[in-house]
Write a protein that binds this ligand. Sequence first.
Ligand code: GLV
Length: 326
Amino acid sequence: MKKNVFVFSRLAPEHQARLRQHFNVSLLDPDGDIAAQYAAALPEAHGLLGVGRPFGRAQLEPARRLEAIASISVGYDNYDLTYLDERDILLTNTPDVLTETTADLGFALLMSAARRVAELDAWVKAGHWQAAVGPALFGGDVHGKTLGILGLGKIGAAIARRGRFGFGMPVIYHGNGRKPELEAELGAGYRSLDELLGEADFVCVVVPLSERTRHLIGRRELALMKPSAILINIARGPVLDEAALIEALRDRRIQAAGLDVYEKEPLKDSPLFALPNAVTLPHIGSATHETRRAMAERAIDNLERALLGGTPRDIVNPQVWARRQA
Ligand SMILES: O=CC(=O)O
């Protein structure tokens, strides 16, 4: 008998068709009664596929047949791993396929914030361009400036390569531990958090959200940054204390910020909207046609292996898988 899969995010028709080859598939209709659809689907589901919904004890308690969840994302901070462990529910994610695309977006934010691309685009379209621009609208250089990476994982390293080899930027980094191979490849120097904040011209936040990294950058840390420095966040909103960041941007205690993620998404009625030195994007780090397709395929592949046999490529909680094999 086919197992049941509930898809709680948008999925392209060809991916739906692929899933239907092996599973009974039900799809969340975003225009319908969301709570009623979850209530109907969860008790039957052996597998879940999608992105961006908080899944903890309260949400998953009714899902008594659930064996695996395939998240179409690299981040999985919206899952309660302790509860998944308790329930023996396997969780997979989609690393690797989004690394370069997300690094591209990080660099786009960096360039945009430094050269005021978004701000001046709006200025031109508002009809303000009457004469050659003067120093009031100048930006700052990117090439040759010091690039500070908080979290030199795969995406952090991909941003660092762009900076080092494309823009001649010295790279410094802070994270859980030293990365000798990347230090050699990038000529990167390890710094304490405080040293990095004081030295970098660009601080790129690329750490996963966890209890250790929640509000990693707050008022104290922002005060350590240079007044000319630019902060980029493509990780998760709560890694920054957003209220403290807004104050720092408003008072020009740092130069600018490039943000793709926020404490509460979608971002609505935020003081950030009034700040020309904040570039605000709608959580689009991996949002290209090619990469979203690759992520969906990787997630489906993981789910097929988890429910049909074979080892999924991207297991977040390997102890669950190990118990299942024992
Ligand atoms: O934020 C996006 C992801 O985690 O893939």
